[in-house]
Design a protein around this ligand. Structure first.
Ligand code: PRX
Length: 654
C-alpha cells in the first residue's frame, strides 16, 4: 500500500496542544493521556465500569463484559437502563433543567430552542403518541425526516419506549427507504410533508407514499406519522397517516421510561457494504451510550459552558452519536441546522457560530474543502471568536485543508480533533485529546484509552512503523455493532472473517514511529464520496436493474473536492450503441434507485469490461483508467487485451 502524497508532505509537522487550552482541559498532557491509556489497558473491566457508571442505570450490571469476538462480547450484562433517562431525566433535577438542550435553526431562518425540561416533555408526548399508534417495546420504527427538532424528538421517543429506531437519511430515494423498512420490519414511519434544501422543498411524504405503494410496498408499516414542516399539500391516507401536530400535541407530557436490557437494540442504521444490499448495523443501548458519552466528553473536552455544533445529518451515525446521544448524555447544548451551508450565502455556518456563540464545531473534510473553494471572504465577515475547538470526521483530511481550517476558522489557537471511526464502531476510536495530544495534519493521531487498534498484514502479523496494512481493533470495546440486522453470518464474515481474532475495519492505514495512525481509505469495494459511504456493488446493482444495462462496474476516482468521485463503466445489452442522453438517463435511474448521493459523476460506455480468465472484473485496472486515463499496473491476467485499448482510448477522447 502506498503512502498518500499528503501524508508524505506533512510528515514531521506537529502542533503541540495549545497551552491555554491544555491548562483547562480534562486531560492536560501527553503523560496524563498515556497514564490513562495504560490504566485502561491493564484493567479494562474497571475502566469501562467507571465509564458506564456515569450513566443512569435502573439496575446495575452483574458483569462488565462477557465473551470475546467473534461474534463479540456482551457488555454490562444484566444491567437495565433507558437511554433517555441519561440524556434527559437526570438533568431535570439539576440546574440544567432550563438549560438549552437543543438549539435548532431552519434553512429559511426560523429557529427553535428546547430546554432539557421542554425536550423531555416533547419526547414523552411523542412516546405516548407512538404507543397510541400501537408501537411497542422491541418494535422497529422508521424515521425519514429533515433536520427538524422533531427528528431528535422522534429518535428519543423511540428510545423512551424501547422501540428500535432506524433513521433513513432524507436524501435516500423511495426505493431505498422501502428496502430498509422491509429489512427492519418497521411497524411505523415518521416523516414530514417535506424539508428545505437550498431553498427547494424535498418532498419526503411523497417518497414515503411511493415506498409504501410500489414494488410490493412495506407490508409491516401500518402507520405514518407526518410532521408539518413546509405546509405543501400532501396526500393523507385515511386510517394510516396521522399529523404529528394533531396526535402528539394532545398527549400527556409524562411517559415512564421503559428500562431495557443493556444489550437491547437502541437502533439500526443502514450502511453500505461490499455487496449490493446495505447492512443494518445494530447498536446496543448500554454499551453504545457508554462509549458515545465518554468519547464526547474526552475528545471534545466538553464542559457545561459549551455550545456544540456538529453539522452532520442525523441520518448518518455522526448525527446519532454527536448531535443527539453524546451531547445530551453530557448535559450539553447541541445545535442542529436544517439546510445547506451555502444558503442563502456561503457564510451560513459562520453566522450560526457567531449568533449562537458556538464553542465546538465538528464537520467533514469535504465541507472544509468546499469552504476553501468558496473563499476566505465568507468566514472573514464573521468573528468566530467563540470557537475553542474544531473537529473533522468521515474521510481522510488533506493537510492543506487541515491547515486552512486551523488558520481561517480556528485562528491558529483552536486544536483540531481529526476523529476516526465508523458506523459500526458507534463512536470515535482514534483521535487526539485536544489538551494533550500534539496534532499532525492528516493523522487522526492516537487511540482513545480503552481502544486497541493496530495495523496488520493480511496474515494478521503486525506491520512495522510506517508499513501500510489493514487497520484492525484487537480488543473489544462497548460500542461495537452487535450484529447485522437479520444476517448474523454476514456480520461474522464482514468483520471477523478476513483476519482472525480481531475486528477488521475495512480501512488501510499505517502507524508512524510516534504511534500515530494515518488512515488512507478503504481497502474493500466501499468508497467514500463527500464523506458519504457507498458500496460500489450497490450502485452496480442499481445500474444493472435497468433493462438496457448488461454489465456495470463502479469505481472511485480521486476528487479534489469530494475525496472520491463515482465512475461507472457500463456495457449495454444486445450491442446497443449508446446514444446522447443515455448517461444522463442512467444517472437519473441510479438516483431513483438509491438517492442523489449515489449519482455517478461519470458514466463510460464500453462494449466489454476488463476481466480475468476466470471472468472476474479487474477493478484495479478500471480504477487506474478512471484516475489517469490508462492502466499502468500488471495486466498479465487480463483475458482480452483489446478491451483495455478501447477503454483507454475512450478516456483519451474526453
Ligand atoms: O474509511 C473510513 C472513513 O469513513 C469510514 C466510515 O464511514 P461511515 O461508517 O459512513 O462513518 C463515517 C462517520 C464516522 C471509515 O471506514 N473515515 C471516517 N473518519 C475518518 C475516516 N478516514 C480517515 N480519517 C478519519 N478521521
Amino acid at each position: 500500500m502506498e503512502k498518500s502524497i499528503e501524508s508524505v508532505q506533512s510528515e514531521g509537522r506537529s502542533f503541540a496542544a495549545d497551552p491555554a487550552f491544555a491548562a483547562r482541559a480534562r486531560v492536560r498532557s501527553l503523560a496524563e493521556y498515556e497514564a490513562l491509556y495504560a490504566r485502561a489497558s491493564q484493567n479494562p473491566d474497571e475502566f469501562w465500569a467507571e465509564r458506564a457508571g456515569e450513566l443512569a442505570w435502573e439496575r446495575p450490571w452483574d458483569a462488565v463484559c462477557e465473551g470475546d469476538f467473534p461474534p463479540g462480547p456482551r457488555w454490562f450484562v444484566g444491567g437495565r437502563l433507558n437511554a433517555t433517562v441519561s440524556c434527559l431525566d437526570r438533568h431535570l433535577s439539576t440546574w440544567r433543567r432550563n438549560k438549552a438542550a437543543l438549539i435548532w435553526e431552519g434553512e429559511p431562518g426560523d429557529a427553535r430552542t428546547l430546554t432539557y425540561h421542554e425536550l423531555h416533555r416533547e419526547v414523552c408526548r411523542a412516546a405516548n403518541a407512538l404507543a397510541a399508534l400501537g408501537v411497542k417495546t422491541g418494535d422497529r420504527v422508521g424515521i425519514y425526516l429533515p433536520m427538524v427538532p422533531e427528528l431528535a424528538i422522534a429518535v428519543l421517543a423511540c428510545a423512551r419506549l424501547g422501540a428500535t429506531h432506524s433513521v433513513v437519511f432524507g436524501g435516500f430515494s423511495a426505493d431505498a427507504l422501502r428496502d430498509r423498512m422491509n429489512d427492519a420490519g418497521a411497524v411505523c414511519v415518521i416523516t414530514a410533508d417535506g424539508g428545505y434544501r437550498r431553498g427547494k422543498v424535498v418532498p419526503l411524504k411523497q417518497a414515503v407514499d411511493e415506498a409504501l405503494r410500489e414494488k410490493g410496498g412495506s407490508p409491516t408499516v401500518k402507520k405514518v406519522l407526518v410532521v408539518r414542516r413546509t405546509g405543501e399539500a400532501v396526500a393523507m391516507s385515511e386510517g394510516r397517516d396521522l399529523w404529528w401536530h394533531d396526535l402528539v400535541a394532545r398527549q400527556s407530557s409524562s411517559f415512564a421510561p421503559v428500562a431495557v436490557d443493556s444489550e437491547h437494540p437502541l437502533f439500526i442504521l443502514y450502511t453500505s457494504g461490499t455487496t449490493g444490499k446495505p447492512k443494518g448495523v445494530v447498536h446496543s443501548t448500554g454499551g453504545y451510550l457508554t462509549h458515545v458519552a465518554y468519547s464526547t466528553q474526552l475528545v471534545f473536552d466538553l464542559r457545561d459552558e459549551d455550545t456544540f455544533f456538529c453539522t452532520a445529518d442525523i441520518g448518518w451515525v455522526t448525527g446519532h452519536s454527536y448531535v443527539i446521544y453524546g451531547p445530551l448524555a453530557n448535559g450539553a447544548t447541541t445545535v442542529m441546522y436544517e439546510g445547506a451551508p451555502d444558503t442563502p450565502e456561503p457564510d451560513r455556518l459562520w453566522r450560526i457560530i457567531d449568533r449562537l456563540g458556538v464553542t465546538v464545531f465538528y464537520t467533514a473534510p469535504t465541507a472544509i474543502r468546499a469552504f476553501m473553494r468558496w473563499g476566505d471572504q465568507w468566514p472573514a465577515r464573521c468573528s468566530l471568536a467563540s470557537l475553542r475547538l474544531l473537529g473533522t470526521v468521515g474521510e481522510p483530511i488533506n493537510p492543506e485543508a487541515w491547515m486552512w481550517y486551523r488558520r481561517t476558522i480556528g485562528k491558529e489557537h483552536c486544536p483540531i480533533v481529526d476523529t476516526w471511526w465508523q458506523t459500526e464502531t458507534g463512536g470515535i476510536l482514534i483521535a487526539p485529546l485536544p489538551g494533550a495530544t500534539p496534532q499532525k495534519p492528516g493523522s487522526c493521531t492516537r487511540p482513545l484509552p480503552g481502544i486497541h487498534p493496530e495495523v496488520v498484514r493480511r496474515d494478521g502479523t503486525p506491520c512495522v512503523a510506517n508499513e501500510g496494512g489493514y487497520l484492525v481493533v484487537k480488543r473489544p470495546w462497548p460500542s461495537l455493532l452487535r450484529t447485522v440486522w437479520g444476517d448474523p453470518a454476514r456480520f461474522e464474515k464482514s468483520y471477523f472473517g478476513e483476519i482472525k481474532g480481531v475486528y477488521f475495519t475495512g480501512d488501510g492505514a499505517r502507524c508512524d514511529g510516534d504511534g500515530y495512525f494515518w488512515v488512507m481509505g478503504r481497502v474493500d469495494d466501499v468508497i467514500n464520496v463527500a464523506g458519504h459511504r457507498l458500496g460500489t456493488a450497490e450502485v452496480e446493482s442499481a445500474l444493472v436493474a435497468h433493462p438496457w444495462v448488461a454489465e456495470a462496474a463502479v469505481v472511485g476516482r480521486p476528487d479534489e473536492l469530494k475525496g472520491q468521485a463515482l465512475v461507472a463503466f457500463v456495457t449495454l445489452r444486445g450491442g446497443r450503441t449508446p446514444a446522447d442522453g443515455d448517461a444522463v438517463m442512467l444517472a437519473a435511474h441510479v438516483v431513483k434507485e438509491i438517492g442523489a448521493i449515489a449519482r455517478p459523476d461519470e458514466i463510460r460506455f464500453s462494449d466489454a469490461l476488463p476481466k480475468t480468465r476466470s471472468g472476474k472484473i479487474m477493478r484495479r485496472l478500471l480504477k487506474e483508467i478512471a484516475a489517469c486515463g490508462h492502466a499502468e499496473g500488471d495486466i498479465t491476467t487480463l483475458e482480452d487485451l483489446n478491451v483495455l485499448a478501447k477503454l483507454s482510448m475512450s478516456s483519451d477522447e474526453e
